[in-house]
Design a protein around this ligand. Structure first.
Ligand code: PLP
Length: 356
């Protein structure tokens, strides 16, 4: 099996796994304490959580606080549902379902268009009564990078808060320019089941899960193991960000040669180069995936696949239903090799040729 689906999730870094093990210790160990207990074992667990919080904060801008959550979806819901004030919510038409569906559920949702390259033009109007603008930093389906710094400025001028979903960018590029930022550990070689919401100092969110409010605005006992894994994954991502980006770029350059008969979806330049979303007219992607079942890759986004619906992102950049349904996504990163990419290209191109 070859794994090229890094936008869906990433392999756990060995450093993150090592950092987690101690905090999974059973009755013989001392690592299973509740980080919210005042006794010694609790304080040890709390110290691990606080170290992780510092490690995660190092990835994010100064002047705010990291709140751990159970996922990025939860962080997104907390940011959008908990944001103070009344008014419209402006979101790009290519946001992750966690953002778009939440905006629609809240009502008064305004969608910002994107161009054929997947970029959202900052010159678009936002409604006068907008309270929150949400623009993701890197899109999960087509990898396109959005001008978040400019949108943050625009939101500020309009008196609105700016939220960015940095799930696909954190650990890969600097995350800047926002009032609220959501990230997820499992997209950056950390464990699944933990995310975080960074909140700029001075912003008061309305809690969405009540209980003990262990995380100030969020209730629920934290898992020191998941926090430690997230923290370690973050530290490694920061340490290796240039090396990881150069590796992704080298694979991208080769992939562009290997898949030259395919059409690229979204911008080639304003893009995270660990994401290749391509299409070939007339290809039956379900058949292609079944012919290439030893390759872990995706048709559209991991969330939309299987639903039978064409991807809303590919539709938003102007593709027809047929073009969207003849698109595939390959994603690579730190642990992917050139040999794997070349083998995958051989298998996919062969399978596509057999359909011709
Ligand atoms: N936002 C983006 C851009 C994503 O790619 C994902 C995961 O697919 C999420 C949010 C949700 O992250 P999580 O799996 O931590 O809920």
């Amino acid at each position: 099996m070859i794994y090229l689906d890094y936008q869906a999730t990433t392999p756990l870094a060995p450093e993150a796994r090592d950092a987690m093990l101690k905090w999974l210790d059973g009755p013989d160990g001392s690592g299973f304490g509740n980080p919210h207990s005042p006794h010694r074992m609790g304080r040890m667990a709390a110290a691990a959580v606080e170290l992780a919080r510092e490690q995660v904060a190092a990835l994010l801008p100064p002047g705010g606080k990291v709140h751990f959550t159970g996922s990025a979806c939860e962080a997104i819901n907390l940011a959008m549902r908990g944001a103070p004030g009344k008014g419209a919510i402006s979101v790009t038409s290519i946001e992750h379902a966690a953002v778009i569906d939440t905006a629609r559920a809240l009502g008064n949702c305004h969608e910002l268009n994107v161009g054929a390259d997947g970029q959202c033009n900052v010159k678009q109007d936002i409604p006068a009564n907008t309270k929150l603008v949400a623009v993701m930093q890197v899109n999960n389906e087509i990898g396109v990078v959005q001008p978040t710094v400019e949108f943050h400025r625009k939101a500020k001028e309009a008196g609105a808060l700016f939220f960015t979903d940095a799930v696909q960018s954190a650990g890969k590029m600097p995350v800047t320019g926002a009032d609220l930022i959501a990230i997820s550990a499992h997209k950056m070689h950390g464990p699944k089941g933990i995310g975080a919401l960074w909140v700029r100092d001075g912003i008061e969110l309305d809690p969405q899960i009540t209980g003990g409010l262990q995380e100030d605005v969020r209730s629920g006992t934290l898992s020191p193991a998941l926090c430690a894994g997230f923290g370690a994954a973050t530290a490694i991502a920061l340490e290796r960000s240039e090396e990881d980006a150069a590796h992704a770029q080298a694979l991208w350059d080769r992939a562009r040669e290997l898949f030259h008969e395919w059409t690229l979806n979204g911008s080639a330049e304003a893009r995270w180069h660990g994401n290749l979303n391509i299409r070939m007219d007339g290809i039956d992607v379900a058949r292609l995936m079944s012919d290439c079942r030893d390759i872990m890759f995706s048709a559209g986004s991991a969330c939309a696949s299987g639903s039978g619906r064409p991807s809303h992102v590919l539709k938003a950049i102007g593709l027809s239903d047929a073009q969207a349904k003849s698109s595939i996504r390959l994603g690579w990163g730190r642990y992917s090799s050139m040999e794997e990419l070349e083998a995958v290209a051989g298998m996919i191109n062969n399978a596509a040729a057999q359909q011709g």
